[in-house]
Design a protein around this ligand. Structure first.
Ligand SMILES: Cc1cc2nc3c(=O)[nH]c(=O)nc-3n(C[C@H](O)[C@H](O)[C@H](O)COP(=O)(O)OP(=O)(O)OC[C@H]3O[C@@H](n4cnc5c(N)ncnc54)[C@H](O)[C@@H]3O)c2cc1C
Length: 380
C-alpha cells in the first residue's frame, strides 16, 4: 500500500455510501466504510431494484446511463442477477396515452431511447397486462432490474476483494471533526477526508445542517408476492399512468398538467398517499409491488392497510398476474433532496455529506458519486 494514499472514511453502507466508496477506491484512495448495522438494512435493500433512467430529468439521464455501465461492471464481475428487461409504462386513459405520445415524439431530440406500443404490442410483450385494458404503452430499453438484497450484500465483497476497501460493521459514528471521527465505543480514528452517507438519519451527525437543508423524509409501503409459478416472467418492469405524475421527466409533455389534475379530482385518495403502481420481479420470481409516499410529519410508525388496499386495487385494474399471494409487506424510508438528485454539504473542511437521492438512489448513485469524486475531491 502506498504511504501517501488519501484515507477516506465513508459513513453508511447504503447504495450512496458504497457508490462513494467505489468511486474513491477507483481513484486510488484507501477507503474504510463504517456502518452502524451488521449489513445494509436501510432504503437500499427495501426498494424495487429498478435501475430507471426514463424517470430522470434530462440533465441526469447521462448520469443514469453511466451508473448503468457501472452496475453491469459490478454484476458481471460478481456473477449476480441483473435483468436487462427494460420498462413498460402501461396506461389505460386517453390523457395518459397523450402524455406517452408526446414524450415519444420529443424523445429522439432529447436523446432518450423509447418506443410507443399499441395495446396488442403491450399485451404480447408484457404477459402480466390485463387483456383489453391498455390504451398504449411506452417501452424504454435502458432499464434493468437488480435484486437489492443480493446487490447490497455483494457490493462490499466486491469492493473488499477488488480494491481492498475495509468495512467496520456494527459501528455507529457519533461525532465527526475535520480529519477525525468518533464511534459509539468512544474510540477515535483519523482520516484525510470523511463522506457522510447516512441516509435519512438527520439526528446523529450535523443535525443543524439538515434543519436548514432542502431535504425531506419519505416513507413508502411495499409488497412482495410469492414466486410466480413455473418460471413465469414479468418481462419489462411495469409502471402505470399514475407513475407519469411521479417522475419529473414526463412533466415536459403538454398534456401532463391536465392529466395530473384529472387524477387528483377523480382519485384524491391516491394523491393523499402519493400512490402510483409499479412492479418488478426478484430473482426468485416474486413480484415486488408498490408504492406510496408519505412525507415528514405525515409519517407514522405503523403501516396502513388502506394504502396496501389502494395499491392492490390499482394493480389489479391493470395487471393480471398468475399468483397474487402476498408473501411480504414492508416499508422503506428515504431522504429526498427537493432541489436536485442529491443533497451535498461540506460542514467542515474535508467533511462531506451526501444523501437525499429520493426514489432514484439505485439509478443515479454510481454516476453521481463518480462525478463528485472526480470533480470535487482533489488529492491532498
Ligand atoms: C421502498 C423504496 C423503493 C425504492 N425504489 C427504488 C428503485 O426502484 N430505484 C431507485 O433508483 N431507487 C429506489 N429507491 C430509492 C433508493 O432506495 C434510495 O435513494 C437509496 O437507497 C438511498 O441510499 P442511502 O445510502 O442514502 O440510504 P440507506 O440505504 O438508508 O443507507 C444509509 C446507511 O447509513 C447508515 N448510518 C446512518 N447513520 C450512521 C452513523 N451515524 N454511523 C454509521 N452508519 C450510519 C445506516 O445504518 C444505513 O445503512 C427506493 C426507496 C425505497 C424506500
Amino acid at each position: 500500500m502506498k504511504q501517501n494514499m488519501r484515507h477516506t472514511a465513508i459513513i453508511g453502507s447504503g447504495i450512496v455510501g458504497l457508490a462513494h466508496a467505489w468511486a474513491a477506491a477507483r481513484q486510488g484512495d484507501r477507503v474504510t466504510v463504517i456502518e452502524r448495522s451488521d449489513k445494509a438494512r436501510g432504503a437500499s435493500v427495501r426498494n424495487f431494484g429498478m435501475f430507471w433512467p426514463i424517470g430522470q430529468t434530462l440533465e441526469y439521464y447521462p448520469i443514469a446511463l453511466r451508473s448503468g455501465e457501472l452496475w453491469t461492471e459490478f454484476t458481471q464481475a460478481m456473477g449476480i442477477t441483473q435483468r436487462p428487461c427494460g420498462s413498460a409504462c402501461i396506461v389505460d386513459r386517453d390523457d395518459e396515452a397523450a402524455v406517452l405520445e408526446e414524450f415519444a415524439q420529443l424523445a429522439p431530440d432529447l436523446g432518450v431511447a423509447c418506443e410507443l406500443w399499441t395495446r396488442a404490442q403491450a399485451e404480447s410483450r408484457c404477459p402480466g397486462v390485463r387483456t383489453g385494458i391498455a390504451k398504449a404503452a411506452l417501452f424504454s430499453p435502458a432499464e434493468c432490474n437488480v435484486d437489492p438484497r443480493e446487490s447490497l450484500a455483494a457490493l462490499p465483497i466486491y469492493l473488499q476483494e477488488k480494491y481492498g476497501v475495509r468495512f467496520r460493521w456494527d459501528t455507529t459514528v457519533t461525532h465527526v471533526e475535520t480529519d477525525k471521527l468518533r464511534i459509539a465505543s468512544g474510540e477515535s480514528f483519523s482520516f484525510d477526508q470523511i463522506i457522510i452517507c447516512s441516509g435519512h438519519d438527520f439526528q446523529t451527525l450535523f443535525p443543524n445542517v439538515f434543519k436548514q437543508a432542502p431535504i425531506k423524509v419519505c416513507k413508502l409501503q411495499m409488497l412482495r408476492t410469492v414466486p410466480q409459478p413455473q418460471g413465469w416472467s414479468l418481462g419489462p418492469m411495469l409502471a402505470s399512468g399514475l407513475t407519469l405524475r411521479h417522475y419529473d421527466s414526463f412533466s415536459i409533455c403538454p398534456s401532463h398538467a391536465g392529466m395530473k389534475q384529472r387524477i387528483a379530482q377523480e382519485t384524491p385518495e391516491l394523491d393523499h398517499y402519493g400512490i402510483h403502481v409499479m412492479a418488478s420481479q426478484d430473482k426468485n420470481g416474486g413480484l415486488v409491488l408498490g408504492d406510496s409516499h408519505e412525507y415528514d410529519s405525515d409519517i407514522e410508525i405503523f403501516d396502513k392497510a388502506e394504502i396496501d388496499r389502494l395499491m392492490l386495487r390499482e394493480l389489479h385494474r391493470l395487471y393480471d398476474f398468475p399468483d397474487w399471494t402476498i408473501a411480504e409487506r414492508w416499508h422503506g424510508i428515504y431522504a429526498k433532496c427537493t432541489q436536485g438528485p442529491i443533497f451535498r454539504a461540506e460542514p467542515l473542511t474535508r467533511v462531506h455529506i451526501a444523501t437525499g437521492t429520493g426514489g432514484s438512489g439505485m439509478t443515479l448513485s454510481f454516476g453521481l458519486a463518480e462525478s463528485f469524486i472526480q470533480s470535487q475531491l482533489s488529492p491532498i
